[in-house]
Design a protein around this ligand. Structure first.
Ligand code: CDP
Ligand code: CDP
Length: 225
């Protein structure tokens, strides 16, 4: 498809955002930007450098001092911290628990949002996160809000971890997801919200392909209007 729009995909943890965003980007030859990975990388850096996740100034100083890169190559999306591949390390439950605290600081978000807007400036991007449609790219032509019940989201994550050979506790995952949803939805600055014109898709009973097709249809419709 020959056009240059941006696609915003938001929603709570485990709704399927990154899985479908990646495939939609591939199908359209767009750039995929996983904004959650950026916040996860800062949380990981804070944990390894003993920076207090409640201290917004210290986190902003850390963010200014490290380099965070998202690299899309044939093996998928890689996340680099100071040049080191930490794609796996940022997905642990320890990091997941700290990210919403790191991401709640306005100082951190302002800088992250600036970087995300620069990455999306040329168009032809798919961004997934919590505040893409409401705050990062309020003019994005296609906005999608994915949802699914907490039970289904936790089960999907659980199965994904087991498949990768990690141990996983379904009840702990359910609690983590519910807690993150609460912190993300109630923070003062750019909380998790459905943008006013976003199309909501409940993925509970849908396959990945069905969600991808629904989003591609929205893109095709928006190109025609
Ligand atoms: O993949 P999952 O949905 O579990 O999380 P993620 O997209 O990797 O995001 C991890 C955390 O980063 C979220 O729980 C939010 O606290 C934060 N985040 C955010 O605040 N804003 C974004 N645009 C993306 C992520
Ligand atoms: O990025 P987000 O946290 O919203 O979710 P994800 O990491 O893309 O998806 C979580 C898990 O749910 C993955 O293992 C997906 O393969 C799975 N999934 C699914 O089973 N059915 C869907 N319709 C979407 C995702």
């Amino acid at each position: 498809m020959n056009h240059s729009l941006n696609i915003a995909i938001d929603g709570p943890a485990g709704a399927g955002k990154s899985t479908v965003a990646k495939i939609v980007a591939e199908r359209l030859s767009y750039l995929y930007i996983d904004t959650g990975a950026m916040y996860r990388t800062l949380a990981y850096a804070a944990l390894t450098e003993n920076v207090d996740v409640n201290d917004g100034d210290a986190l902003k100083a850390l963010l200014d001092h490290v380099t965070i890169e998202l690299v899309n190559d044939e093996s998928g999306l890689k996340v680099l911290l100071n040049g080191h591949d930490i794609s796996e390390e940022i997905r642990t439950i320890e990091v997941s628990k700290q990210v919403p605290l790191v991401a709640s600081h306005e100082l951190v978000r302002v800088e992250m949002v600036e970087r995300q807007r620069q990455l999306a400036a040329k168009g032809q991007t798919v961004l997934d996160g919590r505040d893409i449609g409401t705050h990062v790219l309020p003019d994005a032509k296609v906005k999608v809000f994915l949802t699914a019940s907490v039970e289904i989201r936790a089960k999907r994550r659980h199965e994904e971890l087991l498949k990768k050979g990690y141990s996983s506790d379904l009840e702990e995952l359910k609690k983590d997801i519910a807690k993150r949803d609460e912190i993300d939805s109630t923070r003062a600055f750019a909380p998790l919200r459905k943008a006013s014109h976003a199309i909501e898709i409940n993925t509970s009973l849908l396959s990945i392909d069905e969600v991808v097709d629904a989003i591609i249809d929205l893109v095709e419709d928006s190109v025609l209007t």
